[in-house]
Ligand binder design. Structure first.
Ligand code: FE2
Ligand code: FE2
Length: 152
C-alpha cells in the first residue's frame, strides 16, 4: 500500500488539529497489540482506509473517513489492565471512543457512526451504516490481524 505525496498531505492537513492535541497524544502511551501503540495503530488504519477509498473509488467523504479512522480507538486507557472498570474492552471501547471524541472534539454524527460501528460483527447490533464506516471496520480488522500476527 503506497500513498502519493498529495495524499499524505491531505491526511496531514485533516489531522493537524487532532495531532496537536495533548489528549490525542496520550494514545502513544497505550499499547494496542504487541509493541504497537494505539497511536501507531490508528495511524495505520487511517492510511489504509484512505488508500482503499481512493484506489477502489469508493467515494467516501475523506474528512469523515480520516477523522473517524484516526479516532476509532480513542478510548484512552490501557485495555490490558482489566480492573479499571472498563468492562469487556472488545464490546465497550467503541462507545467509549465515540463519547471521548464527542466530548473533546464535538465530532459530527457520521463520524460518530464510523467510530461506533468499527467493532462489528462483535457488536452485532452496531452495523456500519455508511461507506466510511464499512471501510474503517474492514481496515481495522486487516491492520489488527497483521499487528497481532507480527507480535507472535
Ligand atoms: Fe477498536
Ligand atoms: Fe482499532
Amino acid at each position: 500500500m503506497r500513498l502519493r505525496p498529495e495524499e499524505e498531505q491531505r491526511i496531514a492537513n485533516i489531522l493537524e488539529p487532532f495531532k496537536a492535541d495533548n489528549r490525542v497524544q496520550r494514545m502513544k502511551k497505550f499499547i494496542q497489540h504487541g509493541k504497537i501503540t494505539t497511536f501507531d495503530h490508528v495511524e495505520s488504519v487511517t492510511r489504509l482506509s484512505f488508500w482503499l477509498n481512493r484506489r477502489l473509488h469508493i467515494g467516501g467523504d475523506e474528512r469523515v473517513l480520516t477523522v473517524g479512522a484516526f479516532l476509532h480507538d480513542y478510548y484512552l486507557y490501557d485495555w490490558h489492565l482489566t480492573d479499571e472498570g472498563h468492562g469487556l474492552h472488545g464490546f465497550s471501547h467503541s462507545n467509549t471512543a465515540k463519547e471521548n471524541a464527542i466530548k473533546d472534539f464535538a465530532i459530527g454524527e457520521k463520524t460518530q457512526c464510523v467510530i461506533e460501528s468499527h467493532m462489528w460483527p462483535l457488536n452485532i447490533t452496531k452495523v456500519p451504516k455508511c461507506r466510511e464506516a464499512w471501510i474503517v471496520c474492514l481496515a481495522d480488522k486487516f491492520v489488527s490481524t497483521k499487528e497481532t500476527l507480527l507480535c507472535r
